[in-house]
Design a protein around this ligand. Sequence first.
Ligand SMILES: [Zn+2]
Length: 84
Amino acid sequence: MDSRLTAELSSALTCTQSRRMENPTMAMIESETRTLQGTCPDHGHVLAVKEVPKIKFPFLITGPARGLAALRPYRCPECGAKVS
Ligand SMILES: [Zn+2]
């Protein structure tokens, strides 16, 4: 009885985990350096870069973190100025 309950519990846990992995939002949470063709005031056309945090924790944490990263400007790799 006990071992069967344990098996059911672990299978339920596995189910929950795999379902979470299937969530496309969770799957997207990885380390990434985003780049964008932009215009630096000093350097003209540059490939601007932006770091998006790599946090593999609950969405309550990663969601806002990624939201903030999305709002942060891309920056010139030469001087760090915002590009437009
Ligand atoms: Zn620059």
